[in-house]
Structure formats: C-alpha cells, structure tokens
Design a protein around this ligand. Structure first.
Ligand code: COA
Length: 327
C-alpha cells in the first residue's frame, strides 16, 4: 500500500461563555426567530478577555495529543489555520509550539479563512507523503468575537470562538486521506473581508472609527456563491474517487449556515442524519469549525473505522476545498 496520511486523534476546546440569540436581541435589532430561521444558529461561545487564539488552540491540542498518546516533544510540525491569530507576528503556531513545549516542531500559520483546515490538511498530507514529517499537529483556532462589529446585525449574529486540533501521521493501511481538493477565486475577495489593520489600511484613527478591523460581508451574494460552489465541489470529489453519495457515511461541512449545509446535502441526495451539524451551539468558528465538528463526531461515535467521511469548506478569499477520508 502506498503511504497515506491519517488523522489519528482529535481534540477541541470551546470557551465556556455562551452568547445566546436572546442575548443578541439586547444588543442589535434582531430576533431569535430570525437568526434560527435564516442561519440555524442558536448560540455561540465567546472567549474570555484574557484568551487569544493560541490559548484556545493549546487546550484543543493537549486533548488531541492525549488521545493520540503523543508527547509534545515528538511533534515534527505545527500548522495553525487562523484569521484571528494572537498577533501579526510571530505566528500563532510559534506561540502554540512554545506553550506546548513542542521543542523540535517547525511551526507556521496559514490564512485560508473558513477553508483553512482543509488547506492545512492538504499541506500536512503533502509533508507526510514525502516522508519529511511523521507527526503533524494541525489546529484551527479562532477568536472571531474580537473582529466582530457588534453594531452590525448582518454579521454579529453569525460568528463564534473555538478551536479544534488533529494529529496527522503516516499509514500504509487501506485507510486515511484519499483525496484533497483546494481552490480559490481572488476576484471575489470583496464579498467577505476584514479590510483594516494590514499594509493596505494600517491601523489608524480612521480605520478604528470606521470599524475596518471587523468582518464585513455581503451575506446574500456570499450565500449564493457558497451553495453553487460547494454543490459542484462535493459532486466532483466523489466522482473523482468513484464513490457514490450513498457510500458516504458522514458529511462534515464547514458550519456557516444551516441552509447552505442543507442545499449541499440535497444535491448529494444525502439525508440530514448523515450530515454533521453543530452550528446551533457554536455559530461559524471559521478555521476551527471542521476540527471541532470532527472531534464531536468521533466522541459521539458518528464515525467508525472504515467509514467514508467527506469534509467540505468555503470562505473568504474566496477559498473552498474538500477532503475525502476513509476512517
Ligand atoms: N436580524 C434581523 N434581520 C436581519 C439580520 C438580523 N440579524 N440580518 C439581516 N437582516 C435583514 C436585512 O437587513 C434584510 O432586511 P431588508 O430586506 O429590510 O433589507 C433582510 O434581513 C434580509 O437580508 P439578507 O441579507 O437578504 O438575508 P439572507 O437570507 O441572505 O440571510 C445571512 C443573511 C447572512 C444569514 C446569509 O446571507 C448568509 O448566511 N450568508 C452567507 C454566510 C456565509 O456563509 N459566510 C461565510 C462563509 S464562511
């Protein structure tokens, strides 16, 4: 059997503080009914003032390492998928490496927004297949609440904080990551972005006044592109692997909007009981959403050895991607 990469353990961490839809009703002109009907979200988690992305990431990582039975010193590489890292430099992965005491690990972040975990898995898969690294820690960690405009009802109801982590190792067994597909279309960058704080609009009084450090989204347009793109992506991924939708045991989508998830499931003729959904509890946690969902799916025995599991994600960039895994 050729060398493949395999997710050998997962872990996740979500902050304790819950922000419910009715809490949001007190902040902006919205309603629990509207949010549930249009998004499926009931509540989301909010990090403590003292918690940054690496703090959430370290908890998720410790859980994943414990489940894998691996010591931090044995990790070769740490990749963190985040758009809400602790600081512009160093990388959140470097900060995490220090917190874990993963002394021999190389470390870097990737920015592919909500598709970050699938992009990270693709990078890890490549490193494993070349034999360069044997133990990779891939983490999605986000504190989106700090980049949310709490006066903008069109975005503030959508996002939440959390982290998920996976350990990736080589295998020669008939299982593991079967194929990964990543894509982007930068011409649509304007649909979803955080315009301030970079070299285009460095932090200034003006960027602060205009809340340019917060998420901006053309929600309705993004929604339409997401549905169209993801429908094509999942169909193509299965076709390429000669797997029928009926053979798929679990679809784990990026958790952005229940209506997007339902549209993709419908396109595959998949009943919703074969689709993992937890956005009602966490909202959209961007790069952390898939690893959190994966960890919960494993803990609740929604995935068994030999199952075909399809991950799919879509986000700012625009970026999108899928990964087909035989568990
Ligand atoms: N509460 C109440 N009303 C709201 C609201 C809220 N939180 N947010 C928007 N509205 C209003 C709008 O102002 C608009 O009012 P109008 O008709 O008087 O102008 C109306 O609801 C419809 O807005 P629209 O943006 O067309 O709603 P929608 O059905 O597209 O739902 C989103 C909005 C954001 C939930 C949806 O577009 C979405 O989920 N988009 C994609 C999100 C996504 O996937 N993003 C990231 C990819 S990772």
């Amino acid at each position: 059997m050729p060398l493949k990469s395999r997710i050998t353990a997962t872990g996740s961490y979500t902050p304790r503080k819950v922000l419910s839809n009715s809490d949001l009703e007190k902040i902006v002109d919205t309603s629990d009914e509207w949010i549930i009907e249009r998004t499926g979200i009931k509540e989301r988690r909010i990090a403590k003032d003292t918690e940054a992305a690496s703090d959430l990431g370290v908890e998720a990582s410790r859980a994943a390492l414990e489940h894998a039975g691996i010591k931090p010193k044995d990790i070769d590489l740490i990749i963190v998928a985040t758009i809400t890292g602790d600081m512009p430099m160093p990388s959140t992965a470097s900060l995490l490496q220090n917190k874990l005491g993963a002394k021999k690990a190389a470390a870097f972040d990737i920015n592919a927004a909500c598709s970050g975990f699938v992009y990270g898995l693709s990078i890890a898969d490549g490193f494993i297949k070349t034999g360069n690294f044997k133990k990779i820690l891939l983490v999605g960690a986000e504190v989106l609440s700090r980049f949310t405009n709490w006066q903008d009802r069109t975005t503030c109801v959508l996002f939440g904080d959390g982290a998920g982590a996976v350990v990736i190792e080589p295998t020669t067994e008939d299982r593991g990551v079967l194929s990964i597909h990543i894509h982007s279309d930068g011409s649509l960058w304007d649909l979803l972005n955080i315009p301030g704080g970079g070299s285009r609009h460095p932090a200034s009084e003006k960027t602060l006044m205009e809340k340019m450090h917060c998420i901006r989204m053309k929600g309705n347009e993004t929604f339409k592109v997401a549905v169209r793109t993801l429908e094509t992506l999942v169909v193509d991924t299965l076709k390429e692997n000669k797997i029928k939708p009926s053979q798929l045991n679990l679809l784990i989508p990026h958790q952005a909007n229940l209506r997007i998830i339902q549209a993709v499931a419908k396109r595959l003729h998949m009943p919703m009981d074969k689709v993992f959904v937890n956005l009602d509890k966490y909202g959209n946690t961007s790069g952390a959403s898939i690893p959190i969902a994966l960890d919960e799916a494993l803990r609740t025995e929604r995935i068994r050895n030999g199952d075909y599991v399809l991950l799919e994600a879509f986000g700012s960039g625009l970026t999108w991607g899928s990964a087909l895994i035989k568990w």
